[in-house]
Design a protein around this ligand. Structure first.
Ligand SMILES: C=CC1=C(C)c2cc3[nH]c(cc4nc(cc5[nH]c(cc1n2)c(C)c5CCC(=O)O)C(CCC(=O)O)=C4C)c(C)c3C=C
Ligand SMILES: [Fe+2]
Ligand SMILES: [Fe+2]
Length: 344
């Protein structure tokens, strides 16, 4: 009987919070040419410089948010996989990580699925907005793994779902009760990206050519522009949640290195909002479907301190979609629809 698997893939975490495990993870992650898109020798030099101080800092940050069961990102992704499993009626559901945890590597998971008798796989990169540094690298690793198999497989890829109505509705449902309480402002803080990652994909010269470029992006530009997709997510979410334009804004976090990253920067928005008199700030992170170091530590711990130091009173971090039942159902439907998409 034919078996059609669903393979969920997320970024991955270090094996533990030890400095050496974090260094190994950062090296694997940052040496990926889709993440630091420089020639190998320059990338090697830059990553070696980053690896002097960063592993110690990041290990300390991971220690603040690590759970008894392991990395929040990995544990939550496993819980989501469990929630999706009974809903996907075509075959097994598995989870892979692009970096870190070697037993969850994309290659190993693809091999195991084939050994279980699977002859068709739908790959779902768990990134709502497209970026080479997340989506493309996951797809490439998947395609390479499939190409190594002795028997051919039919494959499908779930495209970025940044404005899919089911994702947007799940986001709106997940914060509904928080938005019913009084608050001064809602900040939607997306993971940042070096500006170069946007402009190199846009051969029309539109990206970052004017302050409103993301609002006026053509369909062709939108398809590959991470920043424009983030703004589409934010706008669609605000409409679904019934927010008025002055109640919310967008920013970008997690800048690394000296290159210019997409603006506005979350850290600067914390200070601006506090100076504008915002006392109670809600923060959500629609670029992540699972809570991770970037939400729990960067926003929930360091961000809270930055906001309060700048004069704010309360920062409430709203959880990501994680493994909520309605999100698991929405994701399953999004993946079902994608099986109609192009076959490799
Ligand atoms: C050049 C560096 C980086 C790019 C480009 C980048 C893009 C990018 N990342 C995510 C999602 C996640 N990133 C996470 C952690 C993380 N990201 C970077 C660097 C870049 N990311 C680093 C160095 C780290 C490690 C933590 C740290 O030292 O700060 C995570 C969380 C992992 C975890 O274990 O919790 C996620 C998720 C997206 C969506 C993205 C591009 C849009
Ligand atoms: Fe990142
Ligand atoms: Fe753009």
């Amino acid at each position: 009987m034919s078996q059609h698997a669903l393979l969920l893939v997320n970024l991955g975490s270090p094996e533990s919070t030890s400095v050496s495990d974090v260094r190994r993870y950062l090296n694997q992650f940052l040496m990926d040419p889709y993440v630091i898109d420089l020639p190998w020798a320059v990338r090697r030099l830059l990553v070696s410089l980053i690896l002097i101080a960063r592993p110690k800092q990041s290990a300390a940050a991971y220690q603040e948010i690590w759970w008894d069961e392991g990395s929040p990102l990995v544990v939550i992704s496993q819980q989501l996989t469990e929630a999706v499993r009974p809903l996907w009626k075509h075959g097994p559901v598995a989870l892979a990580m692009r970096y870190g945890a070697s037993e969850l590597s994309i290659e190993q998971q693809v091999q195991q699925l084939q050994q279980q008798g699977v002859n068709e796989i739908t790959l779902a990169p768990l990134y709502p907005q497209f970026a080479d540094s997340t989506t493309t690298t996951a797809i490439k690793a998947f395609e390479d793994s499939v190409a190594k198999l002795k028997q051919p497989l039919t494959t499908h890829i779930v495209p970025a779902f940044y404005q899919h109505p089911l994702y947007i509705q799940a986001l709106a449902n997940s914060v509904k009760s928080a938005l019913e309480q009084p608050f001064d402002h809602l900040l939607l803080s997306f993971h940042g990206l070096p500006e170069r990652h946007l402009t190199k994909l846009d051969h029309s010269g539109h990206c970052l050519s004017n302050p409103n470029c993301c609002q006026t992006a053509s369909d062709a530009v939108l398809e590959q522009c991470y920043r424009a997709q983030c703004y589409r997510t934010a706008q669609a979410f605000a409409e679904a949640a019934g927010l008025s334009p002055e109640q919310w804004s967008v920013s970008f976090q997690s800048r690394l290195g000296r290159a210019k990253w997409v603006e506005p920067y979350t850290e600067e928005r914390f200070a601006e909002l506090a100076q504008q008199g915002v006392k109670k700030l809600l923060v959500m992170s629609p670029a992540f479907v699972a809570d991770c170091i970037e939400t729990l530590e960067e926003l929930g711990l360091r961000g809270r301190e930055q906001f309060v130091e700048a004069g704010g009173e309360e920062l409430v971090l709203l959880p990501c979609l994680n493994s909520q039942a309605d999100w698991a159902a929405a994701l399953t439907q999004i993946c079902e629809q994608a099986t109609l998409a192009k076959t490799i």
